[in-house]
Design a protein around this ligand. Structure first.
Ligand code: A3P
Length: 350
């Protein structure tokens, strides 16, 4: 059994469990799927190669990490934080680069191993960005990992990993913005994401996807434990906790809190402009910039045509009407059971 620097044991999925995952998520087929215990974090096996490098990632006092479970508003927050820190006057030429080039996705290399993706050629915008940022480096050692390392200061870096797999001194040294979103919208959004992105390529039903979610069998593993690890540390001075629902209903107030946390000293009138610039409709019009220059390699076009692209709805309460009564009872029970003792009241509809 492999043991990594964070103290987790890496347990490969086998037998029926592996077959079921590989049948439903054909983007993971042949990569191997593992659990990191304790925590039962579900990850694709190529993560194992990066686990120690990420755990020992040299964090800097000027770093800000955006940490989320998938689909909680990561991209939105990446754009807000990068803009507040680097582009308060909305005139920075680098703002035209894809957000994942400005705010690199620390562990994304694990998902680049999918057989359903074409290996990026030298003309691929992602590869060109890598060559510019990491001259002389070998992409095989991690395109996104090395872009995270080489990102110009002050670095803003994204991760979906739980705090227990991230560098131990991250919260001592750097700042972390943790974004949470109600689980009923998260699972609807993640279902769409896993159908749309070829490196997941989910082929099963929505009902089965919800079952994967409540069984903690989706990539990145237990939603509640991820949230708990951050929520328990919410009073630490370097952790700032945001709810997607508050960012949506009270955007300016949330940007003001971020302004204080990040120490960006942006005037209220300018925050209004940043709020507009990072609104759903504005980001959607810049979708190519905000997502990835090589999106067609990553995305299933027919899913986008039928159900929308990355900027799908951007709403609170979009889950309404998506669940059968039985399925809704199942997720409601699961939420109720898991929320006990948490002290969080999610807002489901605004
Ligand atoms: P929906 O699928 O519900 O529309 P992440 O970046 O963590 O993957 O989250 C993606 C979700 O955030 C998607 O939700 C997306 O539409 C939404 N989103 C992205 N930018 C947004 C914005 N500026 N305002 C509100 N929601 C946004």
């Amino acid at each position: 059994m492999t043991c990594v620097a964070s103290g987790h044991e890496v347990v490969p999925l086998e037998g029926d469990e592996l077959c079921r995952q590989e049948k439903d998520f054909t983007g993971y087929a042949d990569m191997g799927i593992v659990r990191f215990n304790p925590g039962s974090w579900l990850l694709v096996a190529p993560f194992t190669k990066f686990a120690d490098k990420i755990y020992k990632f040299p964090v800097k006092s000027s770093d800000v990490y955006i940490v989320t479970w998938p689909k909680c508003g990561t991209t939105w927050c990446q754009e807000i934080v990068w803009t507040m820190r680097n582009n308060p006057n909305l005139d920075h030429p680098m703002a035209k680069l894809p957000v994942n080039a400005r705010v690199p996705f620390l562990e994304f290399d694990m998902l680049l191993q999918s057989k359903l993706l074409k290996p990026p050629g030298p003309d691929d915008p992602m590869m060109q960005g890598f060559k510019k940022m990491c001259p002389g480096k070998d992409p095989a050692d991690g395109l996104f990992f090395q872009m995270s390392e080489a990102s110009p200061d002050p670095r803003t870096i994204k991760s979906h990993l739980p705090l227990s797999l991230l560098p131990t001194d991250m919260l001592k040294t750097s700042k972390v913005v943790y974004v949470a979103r109600n689980p009923k919208d998260v699972v609807v959004s993640f279902h769409h994401h896993c159908k749309m992105f070829k490196n997941h390529n989910y082929t099963g039903s929505f009902e089965d996807f919800v079952q994967y979610f409540v069984n903690d069998d989706l990539l990145y593993g237990p939603y509640w434990l991820h949230l708990k690890e951050a929520w328990e540390r919410r009073d630490e001075p370097n952790l700032h906790f945001i709810f997607y629902e508050d960012l949506k209903s009270n955007n300016i107030e949330e940007l003001k809190k971020l302004n204080t946390f990040l120490g960006t000293n942006i005037a209220d009138t300018q925050l209004e402009k940043i709020s507009h610039y990072t609104s759903f409709n504005e980001m959607k019009t810049r979708a190519d910039v905000v997502s990835s220059g090589s999106a067609s390699n990553f995305m299933n076009v027919e899913v986008i045509e039928k159900d929308g692209g990355f900027f799908r709805k951007g709403k609170v309460g979009d889950w309404k009407g998506k669940y059968t009564p039985e399925l809704e009872a199942k997720i409601d029970d699961w939420v109720k059971k898991n929320l006990q003792g948490f002290g969080i009241n999610f807002k489901y509809v605004t």
